[in-house]
Design a protein around this ligand. Structure first.
Ligand code: NAP
Length: 263
């Protein structure tokens, strides 16, 4: 990823899990990393551990991506202080482990706001930043296997799968728009199966003891996803990875051979 060294990366949802690990690997790779989330303390701890491990500075900024003005402030800061954003990792995400048929409208809105609307706002701002500078850019959308095979997920996840199908559609639309606008911006959707992070702990907590429930269950690590981002950034200028589905190895053969069907 040497071609991106010295450029600016913005990672949303960098306070834990996939986002934190991605911010770390990007900083290690020589990028100037802006790490945003609501839990500023976590971001500061991440910045301190990156500083002590690799002697590089990252920029932690508190930002609730449900608030458009907070996102816009981050992009403005990036423009004024670092020249703009070149690489965007649209990673912030939420799940609620309640069925839609008994769920609260507020939860539906939160999931769509964070997983879909914030991604659209950030992507628009990244494209405008790159366009203004006639620069190169890269957008990674952290999608999910739930955005392709909702039938495989039988536990209640509210409108999470719907939000991730929206990410699949948005990535395709953005790619077409970028091509039509003749911009030098790559876009990759990364769709993981189950990854050991706080999100999984929250998703399982109402079902019993999380450690017991996950015992022996094949699961990805946050680094497996962060490594894919680094790989994408390492591709030559003429090659674009459009879609990656990554699952834990042992779980790759779906138990349901017809993932689009309940039969
Ligand atoms: N874990 C899995 O099995 C799995 C599988 C497929 C896809 N994914 C996707 O991977 C992405 C990262 O999730 P993760 O697994 O790493 O879970 P995680 O550790 O819970 O991370 C979620 C991140 O999103 C941030 N976030 C949530 N609401 C936010 C808001 N309103 N404003 C700003 N940031 C917000 C959280 O930060 P704050 O709480 O500090 O704001 C946190 O940093 C998500 O898009 C998720 O859908 C996860």
């Amino acid at each position: 990823m040497d071609q991106w060294a010295g450029k600016v990366a913005l990672v949303t949802g960098a306070s834990s899990g996939i986002g934190a690990e991605t911010a770390k690997l990007l900083a290690k790779g020589g990028m100037k990393v802006i790490a945003v989330a609501r839990r500023l303390e976590n971001l500061k701890e991440l910045a301190a551990s990156i500083k002590s491990e690799f002697n590089v500075q990252i920029y932690p900024i508190k930002c609730d991506v449900q608030q458009e003005e907070e996102i816009l402030k981050v992009f403005k800061w990036a423009e004024e202080e670092l020249g703009g954003v070149d690489v965007l990792i649209n990673n912030a995400g939420v799940v609620v482990n309640k069925p839609i048929i008994e769920g609260a409208t507020e939860d539906f809105r939160k999931i769509i706001d964070v997983n879909v609307i914030a991604m659209a706002i950030c992507s628009r701002e990244l494209v405008q930043s790159v366009k203004k500078r006639n620069a190169r850019g890269y957008i990674f959308n952290i999608n999910s296997i739930a955005g392709h095979y909702a039938d495989l997920i039988t536990m209640p996840i509210s409108v999470y799968a719907a939000s991730k199908y929206a990410v699949t559609g948005m990535t395709a639309s953005l790619r077409n728009e970028i091509i039509n606008a003749k911009l030098d911006i790559k876009i990759t959707s990364i769709s993981p199966g189950m990854v050991q992070t706080e999100m999984i702990e929250k998703a399982f907590e109402s079902l019993g003891d999380v450690q017991t429930l996950l015992e022996g269950v094949p699961i990805l690590k946050d680094k497996d996803i962060a490594d894919l981002v680094i790989y994408g950034l390492s591709t030559p200028r003429n090659a674009q990875i459009c879609e990656v589905i990554i699952t834990p190895h042992e779980a790759i053969a779906p138990k349901n051979p017809r993932p689009f069907s309940n039969q």
